[in-house]
Ligand binder design. Sequence first.
Ligand code: SF4
Ligand code: SF4
Length: 223
Amino acid sequence: MRKLTEAEAVARLKRGKAAFQTHIKLNFEHRALDCGACPTPGVCCTDAHFVNVHITRLEAVAIRDALALTPRLGDDERRAVYVRARDCVGRYGLTSSGDTFARTYSCPLFLKGTGCLVHRRAKPAPCVQHACYEDWADVPPLDTQWREQRRVERLNDETYGAAWEWLPTPVWLTLVDPDSDGAELLRLTRVWESRRARAPRGPGRAGGTRPRPKGRTLPVLRA
Ligand code: SF4
Ligand code: SF4
C-alpha cells in the first residue's frame, strides 16, 4: 500500500468530508429541524449520556490544524479546548483501550455561543450526519455514514499503517495536544503496531479490517 504523507492525507480527508457534508446538506438537512430555533442548542454535543463520537488519528490531526487556524479562538481559548478535553477524559473515565464505545461524554469542542469549533473544517462523520428529524423516513441511512468512515479508515491505513485506532474525540485531543510531549501517543503507536503484527488482518464487517465504529448514530427525534 502506498504510504501517504500526513499532509496529503489531511488534504484528502478534508476534501472528502466537504463532499460528505454537501451530500448530507443537499439531500437530507432541509427536512431536519432548524438548529437555530432549537430550545436546547448544543445539547446533542454536550449531553454526557448521549455523545460517544469516536474519531481516528488523522481526524484528530485535522481537528488540531483547524483549531490552530481558526480566527474565532485566541491562544487562551485554544489552550482551553485541550484542557477541557483532558478534564473530560478524567471526568467520564474515557480510555484508549477496552470497550471505548461504552462511555459517553460532553464534547470539549462545543463552545456556548459559538457551537462546534470544527463545524466547517474537521467535523467527525457522525456529527455531519446527525440532526433532529420528526420523521424516521427522512433520516440519512447509516450506510452513508459507514461509507464515509471506511474512507477515513483507508486514509489512516495509508498514512499510519497499523498505528491508529478509533477513540473518543477527547482522548485523541489529549494525544495530539501541541503542548503534550507525545510520549503517550508513542506508547500507543507501539501497542497498535505490535498488536496488528501478531494478529493477521482479516475482513471486518464493513469489508475492511476493523469492525464498524459504533459511535453516535441515533438521530434525536422530536414530537
Ligand atoms: S441537532 Fe437537534 S438538539 Fe442539536 S442543536 Fe440542532 S435541533 Fe438542537
Ligand atoms: S465534534 Fe462538534 S458536532 Fe461533534 S459532538 Fe463535538 S462539538 Fe458537537
